[in-house]
Every structure is written in structure tokens, then in C-alpha cells.
Ligand binder design. Structure first.
Ligand code: C5P
Length: 226
């Protein structure tokens, strides 16, 4: 079949990006982490006090045309990093403060409109693996392969907690679990493009699966189509 588009959606911290990245590398495809884009807009909104302790969504919407988001490849790390108006914000967008506010920002229709359009423009002749919440339902409803990843809230919070500790963030497990559950609730109940499984997506529960086994399975799904 040749190069295809692969959409990977699911709740937060299901390990979507780890698998998506590995898959893109194995297939020599482009990988796009759409969560990084929503996180970058949220960081911008936090820095300008448009969300957080005070809220000014109309001001954020007004600023959207001036917001430049770019994935810049970092050859030594073998990955792309998110740049916001020319500044590398890859580390900052993963902080807890951004996680606390990102689902709120992601409910804003104007934000979604801008980011979905950018994501759709990333499809080209090259193969694409994109992960997020609405890739198989809204961004690429015709993607050749759609995977919907799930895992228990506990398994997900445990993974996320370890990740944050490794990065030196001071958080408690309870706080991480609460954030994961709160984001899942907002993401799956919001009015515009809520997180849901596309009818033609393969449901994939990885609560009790190691990374290698997950990868082998997903890689196999892709090879069957390509
Ligand atoms: O994937 P990640 O957990 O980094 O995404 C952060 C947040 O961005 C999600 O909780 C969700 O609110 C939002 N998001 C979204 N649509 C996407 C990707 C992420 O609404 N396609």
C-alpha cells in the first residue's frame, strides 16, 4: 500500500506517545505529538495570565494569530522539540502547572480550530504517525490505521508519576492520579471533539503489557496494512 497515516488516540498517560514515537522510527515515518501543541498554547496562556488564577479567554483568542508553534528536530536527542515563538519550551510544557490547565484550554473552539488545521497540513507524501485525542475522529477520519489506547487510571498515574519524578518535579502520586482523572473527564465530556473511540479504531488495553509487547502488536497492525 505504501505510506499511510496512523492515528493513535486515548486517555492521558496511556503510553501513546512512547509507542507512536517507536512506531514512526521503525517505519521511518514522521511523528507528531499533538498534545505538545495544546500544551504550548496553554503555557502561553499561563504566562500571560489568560488562564490559571485569573482567566481571560477572549484575550487568548485574540492573540492566537500571533502564536507560532513549531516542531524543531533535535538530532542529538533523536526527537523533535516544541518551539513557541522561537523559544524551545519542550521542558516547560511537560510541567504540572501546564497539565493542570491544558484540558481547559483544549475546550476552546478557536484553539482547536487553529491546531487541527495545522495538524491536517502536516500530512504529505511521507508516512505520518500522530497521537492525541481526536486524530482518528476529527483530524484524520480517513486514516488507514486507527488505534485507541486505554489503561486503568492507576496504571496511567503510576507511569506519569515516575516520569515526573525522573524530571525532578515535586509531586505526590495522589496529585498525579487526580490530574489524570480530571483531564480524562474534561477531555471525554467536552462539547467539541471529545475523546472517543472512532468506530473503525482498534481498541488496545495495555494496563498489563510491557513496552516491547505493545510495540510488537502495534507494529504488526501497521505491517498488515502497509
Ligand atoms: O497528550 P497529552 O497528555 O500531552 O495532552 C495534553 C492535553 O491536551 C490533553 O489532556 C487534552 O486536554 C489536550 N489534547 C486535545 N487534543 C489532542 C491532544 C491533546 O484536546 N489531539
Amino acid at each position: 500500500m505504501g505510506k499511510i497515516t496512523i492515528a493513535i488516540d486515548g486517555y492521558s498517560s496511556t503510553g501513546k506517545s512512547t509507542i507512536a514515537k517507536k512506531l514512526a522510527k521503525a517505519l521511518d515515518y514522521i511523528y507528531v505529538d499533538t498534545g505538545a501543541m495544546y500544551r504550548a498554547v496553554t503555557l502561553y496562556a499561563l504566562r500571560n495570565n489568560y488562564v490559571g488564577t485569573t482567566e481571560d479567554i477572549p484575550a487568548l483568542i485574540q492573540d492566537l494569530p500571533n502564536l507560532a508553534l513549531k516542531f524543531v528536530p533535535n538530532k542529538s536527542l533523536g526527537m523533535s522539540e516544541m518551539h513557541l515563538n522561537g523559544e524551545n519550551v519542550e521542558r516547560e510544557i511537560r510541567a504540572m502547572e501546564v497539565s493542570r490547565n491544558v484540558s481547559r484550554v483544549s475546550t476552546i473552539p478557536e484553539v482547536r480550530h487553529k491546531l487541527v488545521e495545522m495538524q491536517q497540513n502536516m500530512a504529505g507524501k511521507e508516512g505520518l504517525v500522530m497521537d492525541g485525542r481526536d486524530i482518528g475522529t476529527v483530524v484524520f477520519p480517513n486514516a488507514e490505521l486507527k488505534i485507541y489506547m486505554t489503561a486503568s487510571p492507576n496504571a496511567r498515574a503510576t507511569r506519569r508519576y515516575k516520569e515526573l519524578l525522573d524530571k525532578g518535579e515535586q509531586v505526590s502520586f495522589e496529585e498525579v492520579l487526580e490530574n489524570v482523572q480530571k483531564r480524562d473527564f474534561i477531555d471525554s465530556t467536552r462539547e467539541i471533539s471529545p475523546l472517543r473511540k472512532a468506530d473503525d479504531a482498534i481498541a488496545f488495553d495495555n494496563s498489563d503489557m510491557g513496552l516491547e509487547e505493545q510495540f510488537e502488536r502495534v507494529y504488526d497492525f501497521a505491517l498488515r496494512i502497509i
